[in-house]
Design a protein around this ligand. Structure first.
Ligand code: AMP
Length: 205
């Protein structure tokens, strides 16, 4: 199975990807994670992407498409994956159509106010990448690792990322609805509740 996880930043795509990975044995491809890893390794790609990420803007299509194209080339035809954070523009979605067949696109729906609240308290584990709430934990509840706040989880950058989502990414819902691939999920509430809606929706698909 090959899925696209669509939704605003903070809609819970990464959290749901962890559940889906376990249940369906799908590889998790997060373009944001790939950029952050490149930044940590100080590669030219990471340093270039940082300029856009710090401002809450999208990395240019050509850079992202080249990176994703190389990543997808490493998959055998029978291997499943989830794309998290890609595509984010119509040009990227058209590119993806030329690369592989997608079986479904899950759209995680969360109102903007709830997103701002979620991201303002989001913390990530340095060791295992687990996402948690800074007000509830001072160490990773999963592995005990140190927690950090993402640079782009500042309120001002969150607002900018949401603006970019509404201007450039939201229209992908129509793009995939027209292709009969869109599965819309209410992504408010606890991660486990959201996941049970995902499971139901995939069952009925
Ligand atoms: P994320 O972790 O998905 O929220 O992505 C963090 C940042 O990486 C975004 O705000 C963008 O600057 C950049 N990024 C990730 N995926 C893409 C993409 N598909 N197209 C353009 N920029 C991206």
């Amino acid at each position: 199975m090959r899925l696209v996880l669509l939704g605003a930043p903070g809609a819970g795509k990464g959290t749901q990807a962890v559940f889906l990975k376990e249940r369906h044995n799908l590889a998790h491809i997060s373009t944001g994670d790939i950029f952050r890893q490149n930044l940590k390794d100080k590669t030219p790609l990471g340093l270039e992407a940082k300029k856009y990420m710090d401002e809450g803007k999208l990395v240019p299509d050509e850079i992202v498409m080249k990176m994703v194209g190389e990543k997808l080339a490493g998959f055998k035809p029978d291997e499943g994956f989830m794309l998290d954070g890609f595509p984010r523009t119509v040009a990227q979605a058209e590119f993806l159509e030329g690369q592989t067949k997608i079986d479904g696109v899950i759209l995680f729906d969360v109102p903007d106010d709830a997103i701002v609240k979620r991201l303002s308290s989001r913390a990530v584990c340095k060791e295992c990448g687990n996402v948690t709430n800074i007000h509830e934990h001072d160490k990773c509840p999963s592995c005990g690792g140190e927690l950090y706040r993402r640079d782009d989880d500042k309120e001002e950058t969150i607002r900018q990322r949401l603006k970019v989502y509404h201007e450039q990414t939201e229209e992908l819902a129509d793009f995939y609805r027209a292709r009969n691939l869109l599965l819309e999920i209410d992504a408010t509430g606890m991660p486990e509740e959201v996941f049970s809606r995902v499971v139901e929706t995939l069952k009925n698909d």
